[in-house]
Write a protein that binds this ligand. Sequence first.
Ligand SMILES: *[C@@H]1O[C@H](CO)[C@@H](O)[C@H](O)[C@H]1NC(C)=O
Ligand SMILES: *[C@@H]1O[C@H](CO)[C@@H](O)[C@H](O)[C@H]1NC(C)=O
Ligand SMILES: *[C@@H]1O[C@H](CO)[C@@H](O)[C@H](O)[C@H]1NC(C)=O
Ligand SMILES: *[C@@H]1O[C@H](CO)[C@@H](O)[C@H](O)[C@H]1NC(C)=O
Length: 359
Amino acid sequence: MITTKYFFLLTLITASFVFTLLYRWFSTKVILADKLPVHIGDGNDEQLIHSSVNHWQTSTGKVDDQTTYRNFDEKFVIIYNRVPKTGSTSFVNLTYDLCKKNAFHVLHINITANMHVLSLPNQLKFVRNITAWDSMKPAFYHGHMAFLDFSKFGMPSKPLYINLIRQPLDRLVSYYYFLRYGDDYRPYLVRHRAGDTMTFDECVSRQKPDCDPTNMWLQIPFFCGHHAECWKPGSSWALEQAKRNLVNEYFLVGLTEEMDEFIELLELSLPRLYRGAVAHFQKSNKSHLRKTKSKVEPAPETVAKIKESTVWQMENELYEFARDQFHFVQKKLRTPGRSMMQDFLYEKIKPNQNGPSKN
Ligand SMILES: *[C@@H]1O[C@H](CO)[C@@H](O)[C@H](O)[C@H]1NC(C)=O
Ligand SMILES: *[C@@H]1O[C@H](CO)[C@@H](O)[C@H](O)[C@H]1NC(C)=O
Ligand SMILES: *[C@@H]1O[C@H](CO)[C@@H](O)[C@H](O)[C@H]1NC(C)=O
Ligand SMILES: *[C@@H]1O[C@H](CO)[C@@H](O)[C@H](O)[C@H]1NC(C)=O
């Protein structure tokens, strides 16, 4: 009769309510436990606790590298748009040595006639090819090309750019002698100016084109990019753009003079590619790889003369900007006492899924 009917309905409603509640409680628990595997232990413990009750009894979650990078690591792309004569050969050689052991691909970008700027059709082709070429990922591309902004081609993801920068006069002098004498990396190769024995000092005092300060205008355009203004020696817009790209678009820019520190930062931040890099670099003595032969240090008068030029001053400004940024990044690696690595963890994780707990 009526009461029985009502009773039946009431039971049905209560049952479905209880069921919904149970279902929601259970699914959130499982999803959260899947999404936030919390690392419990002393930092060396590799084991992750996914769904055990212990998960909810801890008030802190140490952030584990394995989980933080697990998915991104297999898909990412690094572009190292190396500037000539900045020690790039040693660094690339190290990366080639690591690629087999750490299972990633290294590819050289060879552009017709060593041009530093890609044509418009090639820009699009390059950007699409790198983005879509999944079988190469994780990948490290290197080549002497100017920075290329992926976001203006409508790509869903950007690569990580890295680079090295060197004191501009050192780079020029190194390049000057490199053209004449080559290096000990490929000693058999005859260089463009082989046979010419003029020193850099003589070249500067005779105002020859090879040591024209305008030749130093290279690190600024490499960081600035594919715009016409980037390639106008002395352009202050180009300098500003290079600085902005350096901090906004580059994951890390190291210094040729401090290669060890650069490699250490890469190993710490991108262990997927650079695990073991510091030890390998020290062991193999690569810091001495590719030394330009017969290099003569320029005389103080020569240095003073070069430093008068606008191009040197601007290139040096970019170098100092990069150096300050790199030192800042390096300093923040450890606690002010310089001994302990900085760490971070999650805590006060709410809501507390197991009802009242110990914290
Ligand atoms: C790296 O340099 C060493 C010489 O120091 C050489 O033996 C090795 O083959 C180089 N590796 C690559 C991949 O070029
Ligand atoms: C780039 O490719 C050209 C044409 O295939 C080749 O002649 C040249 O040696 C390559 N450059 C390097 C640095 O391998
Ligand atoms: C990228 O270019 C290379 C060389 O032309 C080609 O072999 C490869 O299939 C391309 N990858 C994609 C995803 O288009
Ligand atoms: C590393 O290179 C330096 C300078 O060339 C040399 O003096 C030193 O003996 C080398 N060390 C090793 C282990 O090869």
